[in-house]
Design a protein. Structure first.
Length: 421
């Protein structure tokens, strides 16, 4: 074991589990300490000396949650034998970096440890809390995390390539927030629609910390020298995103090679959601936790729904997953698990099925055109007020995918009375 080995504290009262976990971590060159309770851990160790604390939720005396506050910036990974989402959500609300269900397999545990410690345990935890885009255990995401936190403190340009909906802008924001210019402006230029006057105005509007060139592949050839000159002056940190391969565009003379070389110092290739399908359960859990909190009741998905999520091709990537779950949450009932049919995925073929995938653009229910950022209650209120003059209560309930009784209850809760004719 090297002198620079990451320090991990295991707090677990079951000897077999504690010993097995210690052997597993030591096999991968982690330095491991042990304790059988929260009290024993605090008496024998300085919690801030560790890179990660792994604790059982239920311990003699005090819950493992009691370690979170005294641990400060050290992430706490909570192990729980309770598979219910409610207990998992509660651990996250109280500040746990993540949770893992017992019994766990070795690969699952190692992936969680690596994600939380990474190059810097605290920084990796910040990524997770800042954005679901970078959640997961897939090799692609772990590699992106490592690159992000090596590049973020520097001033080098970063090129982020990937499809729409994969989170390119979010990654740019994370890099900015962990950079030396985090307290300065993050300015976005949409290269698809910008003209020369707008470009000059943006570049000359005052000090910029980070300039994010969104879809740089769409920047008109005539405007590319302006951007190149601005980058060469090094007046700001430059991050660019592209859906198309810039090197290919250079070969067809649609993109300047000197601009490409200026941008291509650190390159991140963001995978599609289909390519990182192993992360779908983690992302689903995150969004469901979020919407459960907003709605005030625990949302559940059927096993069939989970399977359908894993089998779908996700042309809209993480954004599509988020919107699909948000829509289903709006229309869900407190006492019913969301089905594959409610997700619009009941006809999704299994991986070995050659049937054509469903068109994600075809949606039949009311929540399809929900404005981004609208809360669940705001959406419900807006939809009812806009349609109640032209629709019966039965039609309104059917369009929302709820019962008339549920519509009446939500009206009362939100103070939306129906005008009498």
């Amino acid at each position: 074991m090297s002198q620079n080995a990451k320090q991990i504290l295991i707090v677990e009262d079951e000897d077999t589990i504690r010993s097995s976990l210690r052997k597993l971590l030591e096999r991968y060159d982690y330095a491991v300490s042990e304790a059988v309770s929260v009290k024993a851990a605090q008496q024998a160790h300085n919690l801030n000396d560790f890179n990660l604390i792994i604790s059982d939720l239920r311990l003699p005396g005090s819950s493992g949650i009691e370690l979170i506050q005294p641990a400060g910036s050290v992430p706490v990974l909570v192990m729980t034998s309770y598979a219910s989402l409610r207990s998992a959500v509660e651990t996250m609300r109280q500040g746990a970096a993540d949770y893992i269900s017992k019994p766990f397999d070795h690969e699952e545990m190692l992936a969680a440890v690596r994600r939380l410690i990474g190059e810097s345990g605290q920084q990796q935890n910040q990524v997770k809390t800042q954005s679901p885009v970078l959640m997961g255990n897939s090799p692609q995401i772990l590699q992106i995390l490592r690159t992000v936190y090596k590049a973020a403190p520097t001033s080098v340009p970063v090129l982020i390539q990937g499809e729409s909906g994969t989170g390119r802008r979010t990654i740019a924001e994370i890099i900015h927030s962990n950079s030396a210019v985090a307290d300065q402006r993050f300015v976005t230029i949409n290269c698809t629609s910008v003209n020369e006057a707008q470009l000059h105005k943006q570049l000359e509007a005052g000090p910029i910390g980070t300039l994010f060139l969104n879809n740089i592949c769409e920047l008109p050839r005539a405007l590319q020298p302006i951007v190149l000159k601005a980058i060469e002056q090094k007046l700001f940190r430059c991050i660019a995103s592209a859906e198309q391969d810039l090197q290919t565009l250079c070969e067809s003379d649609r993109f300047r090679k000197d601009l490409f070389y200026s941008l291509n110092v650190v390159r991140l290739q963001v995978p599609t959601l289909e390519a990182r399908a192993a992360d779908i359960p983690c992302l689903t859990r995150y969004f469901i936790d979020q919407y459960s909190s907003e709605l005030g009741f625990q949302i559940q998905l059927t096993q069939e729904a989970h399977q359908a999520l894993g089998n779908y091709s996700w042309p809209g990537n993480v954004r599509e997953l988020q919107n699909m779950l948000y829509q289903a949450a709006i229309l869900s009932e407190p006492d019913e698990a969301i089905s594959a049919q409610q997700l619009g995925l009941h006809d999704v073929p299994k991986p070995d099925d050659d049937a054509e995938r469903p068109n994600p653009d075809i949606q039949s229910n009311a929540a399809n055109d929900q404005p981004a950022g609208l809360s669940l209650e705001d959406y419900f209120t807006s939809f009812v007020l806009e349609n109640q003059e032209n629709m019966s209560e039965t039609a309104l309930a059917q369009k929302l995918g709820i019962s008339r009784k549920s519509l009446w209850e939500r009206r009362n809760k939100l103070g939306i009375s129906r005008k009498k004719a």
